[in-house]
Design a protein around this ligand. Structure first.
Ligand code: ZN
Ligand code: ZN
Length: 240
């Protein structure tokens, strides 16, 4: 939780500068979690999506996408709040690459409220685990792991403990575009190492964005290989 405290300090410093103004339009009217009500309503909600991988589904009677029916991914369920589209995509980029922690905090808090009913509806995860970054990348490029900041906020809202050390990224994965899907997944899974203390637990795996789903699948596989009972993934946004 030390990281969350530091995060809080940074936020309050930046919030002092422009007291409770909407992150997107600058209005100071009806601000909730750093964003005004009209802007919040304009955010691209994910809507009906595949239970297993969170890809948006056109038919409201479908519970899973064709891909998951044909080849089920290792995670039991996936949840995201928005489609990765403007302005959520822009806010996530501000958070990820320009150290705009206020943008990250706003999205994580709105997401915690939105997804609140989902982890409670099914079985609640025992612990939240952020998708880790390789330490070199975290230290020299980014300065922090955005997935951990999100997990800390979700954990605080849902009263679920966060274990940021249960999963480590042991090798940096470069571009794998030329590899076949199965080989890519194998390499990715080997790049993670899960701690045996995940044994028997229902893990809530947290990330900022689900793009192809490959990272979350590999991280999930590594947790299951270490004995986790099941894995549900949570993200702010899903690339459609
Ligand atoms: Zn606004
Ligand atoms: Zn699916």
């Amino acid at each position: 939780m030390a990281l969350l405290r530091l995060f809080d300090q940074l936020i309050s410093r930046s919030v002092d500068g422009h007291l409770a103004r909407c992150l997107l339009c600058g209005s100071s009217d009806k601000i909730h979690f750093g964003i005004c009500e009209p802007c919040q309503q304009d955010l691209p909600s994910l809507g009906h999506a595949c239970q297993r991988c969170a890809i948006p589904l056109a038919d409201a009677t479908d519970r899973q996408c064709a891909g998951c029916l044909q080849q089920p991914p290792p995670q039991t369920s996936s949840h995201a709040t928005w489609t990765y589209a403007y302005p959520v995509s822009q806010l996530i980029q501000r958070f990820k690459y320009r150290r705009d922690l206020a943008a990250g905090r706003t999205l994580a808090e709105l997401s915690a409220e939105h997804l609140k009913h989902q982890p409670m509806g099914e079985q609640r995860p025992d612990v939240l685990v952020p998708v880790p970054m390789h330490w070199r990348k975290q230290l020299f490029e980014r300065g922090y792991n955005q997935a951990q900041l999100i997990a800390d906020i979700l954990g605080k809202h849902w009263r679920i403990p966060v274990d940021a050390r249960a999963l480590r990224k042991i090798t940096a994965t470069g571009s794998q575009q030329k590899l076949k899907r199965t080989q890519r997944l194998k390499n990715l899974t080997r790049s993670f190492k899960a701690h045996p203390r995940v044994q028997g637990l229902h893990i809530g795996l947290v990330d900022d964005v689900i793009t192809t789903g490959a990272t979350q699948e590999a991280a999930t596989q590594s947790l299951l290989d270490a004995g986790a009972a099941r894995v549900s993934t949570f993200a702010l946004a899903r690339v459609p």
